[in-house]
Design a protein around this ligand. Structure first.
Ligand code: BG6
Length: 492
């Protein structure tokens, strides 16, 4: 019998509530690459109700017509082919602009008069964190911080615990926690959310999702890109702050958390924060840092970090960590994390390595066993693959041969007709609808920094310098040794 082909999914598009979204930093990189394209896509899908507006706000003087032309150019570059010419034109007409001085008085009264009462009101702080406090204060001063107004803040949310706490305090002076949406765009990725479906909508995983059955977990976020022009920002941050503090710890929390009572902001975030607080503080022997040198990626020569930067630097562009979650469920289970720039391929994945079966009935027949492993591919491929032991077909006269075979789910094949969405589409809709489940809560961000600060303090105390690695390799050899010491190899 032919297996039925998966059918295209047809999802009903439900418009969100009427809204005014003010984007501070409206001429910046994020607005051009993510916010405008994401909103255009939802507009084209019919999810933005008529009358809703994106009001750009920035320091530079522009007329509304100029800002619209600017946005049009940004969309031509970052959202080419989305919608028809009429739809794009209609979207552009929803854009407004006000010149605003974040730390002065210019533009604020004008912005206040533009907002319409009775709509959802959201303010996107797509600006440097040092301006967060000033923006929050002015929104309050000029009467825009109504009880249901929402603010959105982006990373970097501080550079250590003290600065993150200070930012939280500044925002909390004028906005309640239920009004503050801290973005970690990894939470907007479809497969990241699917991790929760995999764990909590299936019966077979949760009973074995613990130290008794799991040997270790690996989380890899590998990138091929280098500095991408973000010279000053990146050199000040480094891979630990840029990727581990936020995205990787969020992935770890979702893998390790207890089942929440329901899929809502309080329940999910309560469970995540418990994991983050249970992370063991660790010594430097459990981390490896690296910095890329010149090399080749995909056959193309690329310069080293110091050449891109134009000077020597001690900033890490690679980090590997052996982490532990100190609680009953994860007792003794290492979580190996690694992330880096200029690695051989772009891949984000979570690998769960199960333990061996307690006894092999096939041992006497010469068969070797390998433990099961579950690989959750987040990008570029969205897939879930479970490796199972299977008998190699044959009459077995010379013994039984077993081999690992993958049980694969490719998301694009399983859900034909579903477009891949950029994380910001989902997050913007959740913002308008007031759903904070996929945004990071204050206590989470502080727990994340607490753990990261201890790692950095260890590096400082030992004067640890990043080890060089060739661009296009999987980082310094010490990263391989970190896992191999435990008899583990990185999944590649
Ligand atoms: C950002 C980091 O948060 O995430 C970048 O600042 C990184 O350095 C990016 O390149 C990776 O995001 P994505 O969605 O491409 O995996």
């Amino acid at each position: 019998m032919d297996r039925p082909k998966s059918r295209p999914m047809v999802s009903r598009v439900i418009p969100v509530e009427l809204f005014d979204l003010v984007v501070f930093g409206a001429t910046g990189d994020l607005a051009q690459r993510k916010i405008l394209p994401a909103l255009l896509r939802r507009f084209v899908a019919g999810q933005v109700p008529e009358g809703s507006r994106l009001i750009g706000a920035a320091r530079s003087e522009h007329s509304v017509a100029e800002y619209r032309a600017f946005a049009e150019a940004a969309l031509a570059e970052h959202a080419a082919g989305v919608g028809t010419a009429e739809q794009r034109k209609a979207f552009i007409e929803t854009l407004d602009y006000v010149t605003v001085d974040a730390t002065g008085a210019q533009g604020w009264p004008e912005l206040a008069t533009k907002l319409v009462a009775g709509r959802v009101r959201a303010f996107y702080f797509s600006v440097a964190p040092r301006l967060f406090g000033a923006l929050a204060e002015r929104l309050h001063k000029y009467g825009m911080a109504s009880g249901d107004a929402r603010i959105v803040v982006e990373k970097p949310f501080g550079r250590d615990l003290a600065t993150a706490e200070a930012l939280n305090r500044d925002l909390a002076q004028h906005f309640a926690e239920r009004q503050i949406y801290r973005i970690d765009h990894y939470l907007g990725k479809e497969t990241v959310q699917n991790l929760l479906a995999l764990r909590f909508a299936n019966l077979m995983f949760e009973p074995i999702w613990n130290a008794a059955h799991i040997d270790h977990v690996q989380i890899t976020v590998a990138e091929t890109v280098g500095l991408e022009g973000r010279v000053a920002f990146y050199d000040d941050a480094g891979a630990l702050r840029d990727m581990v503090q936020n995205h990787m710890l969020q992935l770890l929390a979702l893998v390790a958390m207890e089942p929440p009572g329901s899929f809502n902001a309080t329940a999910v975030r309560d469970e995540k924060v418990k994991v983050l607080r249970a992370l063991r503080e660790m010594g430097t022997g459990k981390t490896v840092t690296g910095q890329y040198r010149a090399g080749a990626i995909g056959g193309k020569a690329v310069p080293g970090y110091d050449e891109e930067l134009g000077k020597a630097s001690n900033t890490e562009t690679f980090v590997a960590i052996k982490a532990h979650v100190d609680n009953w469920r994860w007792k003794g289970v290492p979580f190996y994390l690694r992330t880096g720039k200029r690695l051989p391929q772009r891949v984000t994945e979570i690998m769960v390595q199960f333990r061996c079966v307690p006894h092999s009935i096939f041992a006497g027949k010469g068969a070797t066993m390998q433990p099961n492993r579950l690989v959750i591919g987040i990008q570029p491929e969205e897939n879930i693959s479970l490796s199972l032991m299977s008998k190699v077909p044959g009459l077995d006269r010379e013994g039984i041969r077993l081999r690992q075979v993958p049980l694969d789910i490719s998301m694009p094949d399983a859900f034909v007709g579903q477009h891949r969405r950029i994380a910001y589409e989902r997050l913007l809709l959740d913002l308008i609808e007031g759903d904070q489940t996929l945004f990071v809560r204050r206590d989470e961000v502080e727990a994340q920094w607490h753990w990261i600060d201890a790692i950095r303090a260890g590096w400082r105390a030992e004067g640890l310098a990043p080890k060089p690695y060739t661009s296009g390799s999987w980082g310094p050899s010490a990263a391989i040794a970190l896992a191999e010491r435990d008899g583990v190899s990185w999944h590649e």
